[in-house]
Structure formats: C-alpha cells, structure tokens
Design a protein around this ligand. Structure first.
Ligand SMILES: [Zn+2]
Length: 402
C-alpha cells in the first residue's frame, strides 16, 4: 500500500526520459513506482494532479536562507517547499565564524533541504560589505569548519566585489580556491561588481582559476566583471571554462541579471546550466520572487520546457554533487516532487535594469512533495501572488529594502 499517489499529471523528467501522463506512487518518503493507471485502491491517499506538470523536486542552486542571523535571509520553507522548491543551496550566507547557526537553528527547523556553501569571509554575509579587511578572511578556520561539516557544506563561496578586491585583489579568490582545495570541496564565485570600481578584466584570470565542477554564478550580470568584453563578445576563458566542466548559473538576485546580456551570451552559444533565484528578503520585495518565476523568464527567453526543467532539477543536482539522490524521478529515489501549473496569458517579467520581457506562459507552484510530505504553496508576505502580471519593475518600489 502506497502512502500517496499523484495521479494523472504530465510527468516530465528529461533525466529519466519521462514525458507523459503518469502516476507517481510514494511510500515511506521514497518513490515506489511511476506508471500509468496505478489503482487508487493501492494508496492511502490519492491526489489528482491532472493538467499539472510533475517534475523532480526543484533545486534552487543560489539563494540566501540564513534566516534570523542575516537580515536578508529568507525563511527556507518560504523560498522552498511553499514555493515548489524541495532543495535550496545557500550560497555562502555564513562564514566560518557564523556557520554553526545552520546545523543548530536553521536546518532542524525547516522541511526544505538546505545545502550550504561557506563564505570565504568569516562572518559570511552578516554585514554588507562582507570583506572589509584582510582579517575578514581566516583561512585556517574556514578549512576547519568546512572539513568538520564535510557532507553538509559542499563548497566555498567568493564574491568578486568591492571593497574585497580593492583590499586584496586576486588574493581573495585565490584564498577561496585554496580553502576549497584543502577541504576537498568546490568553489562558487559571484561575478558582477555593483560598485563598478574594479577592473573588469579581472574576469580573465578568475575564469582561468576555476576547476571542473566549480560554479560561476550571476553570469548574466550587466555589471563590470561579467563574461562579456567591452564589445559584447564572450571572453574566450568563459567558453574554455564551460568546456572543462565549470557550471554556469544565472542567479537573478537584486542586481545581477539582464535579459540583454543573457541574450548576447546565449547567441554566442554559452547556455546556462542552472537558473537560480539568489533569493533574499529585499530581493523578494522587488526583483525576484520564486524559482517558478525564473522558469517563466527562461521559457520567455525561448528555452523549451524540458530545458527549463533540466536547469532547475538535474543540472543543479549535478552542480552540487547530489545527483545520486536528488534531481531525478525514479523508483527507489527520495520522494522529492514538484507539481506546477502552467498558465496561458500575457504578462511582462522584468530584469534588474527594469527591462521587460513579454511572456505568454507562466509557472506557479501547485504542490510540493519533500521526502513524501505534501506542502501546498504559500506566497507569504507579498500582496500580488505568484503570477507576474502585477509585479512592478525593479526600482519602482521606493525603499524596498528591508
Ligand atoms: Zn547571492
């Protein structure tokens, strides 16, 4: 007897080769069977999801959920299971000095799986700016904490921003690289300098430093230090990095996502692997609200539905090295499932520059299953709901920051 059957949805999982009207049966938090016509009598509970899209649990590979410690940290379940997302990668909200809060206070208190990166700055993103002196980095402590929590912490995070680069130059990402290597984990690097103060050519040595399995995040950034040169051409190191297995993530956030930059990059053939939110409390009030909204944006940019699903399931699972248990629908796997609704209409979605993109299809979350537990969407503190039609362009909400 199954605990739950999701009946009659369009099951779409390119990684399993699934695309069709199928039922998903779940037992003890694990997927028992995926097949057509599973009898209701075989399950304690059946939920009719006909007309809905059933995908592997969505993975947001860059968000900030150090709630209660960092002012900008979103509640993990608000960005997670209540938004159609089963796993959130915290992209370096904590550093060696603050990380303890994750396993002690955050992770035990949410249903969403949280997989953290450790910031090379020892206080993480508790303050802004993060790195304010060379002493903001404690390499030994960083390696110690990353090693002590191996299996939980999957990588080190570095942010190519001012004033860190003015104070330390390339020594900053080099130390992050070293910490990652010594702890035996990967590196995630943020590009895009919103202060516009350092030499954008720094992208060349940075990309050369990235190793297979590392993640470059915000690569649709319109800010200096991105992957396009002054003439709008993709720097050669970007293609080389992609060729050797570096993951490219678009992370929207408050300041680092432009449709125009994205289109230029896509036109030159460097397609994104992952399309994360970079969700924060102030970002959620203005520029980016959910993973389903990111899916809407990428469908609007011309990606196919299977491509969009892959970019928020299979690819992020691989990018963080958890593809053996997440990002795929198959019997015997952890029952992480997202049920989404696709709407037809006419909306405009905006990038961080306020540039609009007309879309005629939009995703909203319908139901989330995490380890077999069912969650229904809850947008939380925002008045206009999931669909993009009433969202205001970036910058239109005065004083939007928390
Ligand atoms: Zn971020």
């Amino acid at each position: 007897m199954y605990d739950l059957v999701l009946r009659g949805g369009r099951v779409l999982d390119p990684s399993s080769g699934l695309d069709g009207e199928l039922d998903v049966a779940i037992e003890h938090g694990v997927i028992g069977r995926i097949a057509a016509g599973i009898a209701p009598a075989e399950a304690t509970r059946t939920i009719d999801v006909s007309g809905k899209l059933v995908t592997p649990g969505l993975i947001d590979v860059h968000a900030h959920v150090f709630e209660g410690v960092n002012r900008t940290g979103v509640n993990p379940d608000l960005g997670g299971v209540y938004s159609g997302v089963t796993t959130i990668v915290d992209a370096g909200s904590s550093g060696a000095a603050t990380f303890g809060g994750f396993p002690q206070y955050v992770i035990p208190n949410c249903a969403t799986e949280v997989i953290p990166f450790l910031h090379i700055c020892q206080t993480g993103l508790a303050t802004n700016p993060d790195i304010i002196a060379e002493s903001s980095i404690n390499l030994d402590d960083t390696v110690k904490v990353a090693t002590a929590h191996k299996g939980l912490i999957v990588g080190i995070k570095a942010r190519m921003v001012s004033p860190a680069l003015e104070i330390m130059g390339m020594e900053m990402p080099r130390l992050a690289r070293r910490a990652a290597r010594e702890a035996g984990i990967k590196l995630m690097v943020h590009i895009g300098d919103t202060a516009k103060r350092y030499d954008p050519k720094i992208i060349h040595p940075l990309l050369s430093m990235l190793e297979p399995g590392d993640i470059l995040t915000h690569y649709f950034t319109p800010n200096p230090g991105g992957v396009l040169d002054a003439n709008g051409k993709l720097v050669p190191e970007a293609r080389e990095a992609a060729g050797r297995g570096v993951w490219f993530d678009t992370a929207h956030g408050r300041m680092n996502f432009s449709f125009d930059v994205g289109r230029r990059i896509i036109d030159q053939g460097l397609l994104p692997h992952c399309i994360s939110t970079d969700l924060t409390v102030p970002g959620r009030l203005n520029t980016v609200h959910s993973m389903t909204e990111m899916m809407t944006r990428f469908l609007g940019l011309g990606f196919t539905l299977p491509q969009v699903v892959t970019m928020c399931t299979e690819n992020p699972a691989k990018a963080i090295g958890v593809e053996h248990r997440l990002g795929k629908l198959a019997a015997g796997r952890q029952a992480d499932v997202s049920v989404l609704e696709m709407h037809q209409g006419d909306w405009t979605v905006y990038d961080i520059l306020g540039a609009g993109l007309r879309v005629d299809r939009a995703f909203t979350p319908h139901l989330t299953v995490k380890r077999g537990r069912v969650f229904t969407p809850d947008f939380g503190p925002r008045p206009w709901g999931w669909l993009p039609d009433r969202a205001l362009p970036a910058g239109r909400i005065a004083g939007g920051c928390c």
